[in-house]
Unconditional design. Structure first.
Length: 193
C-alpha cells in the first residue's frame, strides 16, 4: 500500500480502507449491494465523516471514479459506498464484471475540509492555485465540477487545469463570471501496490 503524507491517517487505517473498498466491490458482484460497515466497529479516523473518492483503474486506464465532496457518514462507509459506485454506477462505464475484478486497481482519495477560494479575476485564481496540491470545486448556477489534486499529473498548467474544469462543468474553457464560486481542498491518497 502506497500512502501519501497525512497527520491523522495511520498506515493500518489505509490498509483497512483498501480492504473495505475491495470487499464492497466483491459484495456488489455477489449480492448487488455495497458492503455495510457496522458503525460500532469503527473508531478514530475511520469513524470521522470525510469526503472521499474511489478511483478504479484496469490496465492503467480509468475504469470508474465515484465519491462525495463532503459526508455525514463515517469515512469507512463512505469508502464502501464510493467503491461500489465506482464499480457499478459510474455512467461513463459498464458495470464491472467478475472477470475484471482481479486486475482492477483501487485508489482512495480522502478529502480535507473545503476552503472557499475567492478570486476577482481568472488571473487571480490562477495565481492562487497550488499545482499538485489543490483540488478545486467550481460552482456556477446549476453547473458544478471538481478535479482531485491527482488531475494535476495530466494537466500541470493552471490555465489548462481551469479550462478543463470549466469544460467538465459544461461551460466554455475561457468562461469567467463574478458569480463563479470556487473551493479548494487537498487529498490524501491510498493506493494498492
Amino acid at each position: 500500500m502506497a500512502l501519501s503524507p497525512c497527520t491523522e491517517l495511520q498506515p493500518r487505517d489505509g490498509d483497512k480502507l483498501l480492504d473495505i473498498a475491495r470487499d464492497s466491490i466483491g459484495s456488489g458482484l455477489r449480492h448487488g449491494r455495497a458492503l455495510d460497515v457496522p458503525a460500532e466497529a469503527l473508531s478514530g479516523f475511520l469513524a470521522a465523516p470525510r469526503g472521499v473518492f474511489v478511483t478504479l483503474t484496469r490496465r492503467e486506464a480509468l475504469r470508474g471514479c465515484i465519491g462525495s465532496m463532503e459526508s455525514s457518514e463515517p469515512l469507512a462507509q463512505g469508502v464502501a459506498d464510493s467503491a461500489f459506485g465506482a464499480a457499478f454506477r459510474d455512467p461513463r462505464f459498464p458495470r464491472l464484471q467478475a472477470h475484471e475484478f482481479e486486475d482492477t486497481h483501487i485508489e482512495i482519495s480522502i478529502l480535507s475540509p473545503m476552503e472557499p477560494l475567492a478570486a476577482a479575476s481568472r488571473e487571480k485564481l490562477l495565481e492562487a492555485l497550488k499545482p499538485g496540491v489543490d483540488g478545486l470545486l467550481l460552482e456556477e448556477g446549476h453547473h458544478r465540477s471538481t478535479f482531485l489534486p491527482k488531475v494535476w499529473e495530466q494537466l500541470p498548467d493552471p490555465a489548462l487545469f481551469l479550462d478543463h474544469l470549466l469544460a467538465k462543468a459544461g461551460l466554455p474553457g475561457d468562461y469567467w463570471s463574478s458569480t463563479l464560486r470556487f473551493q479548494r481542498y487537498t487529498s490524501t491518497s491510498i493506493a494498492e501496490d
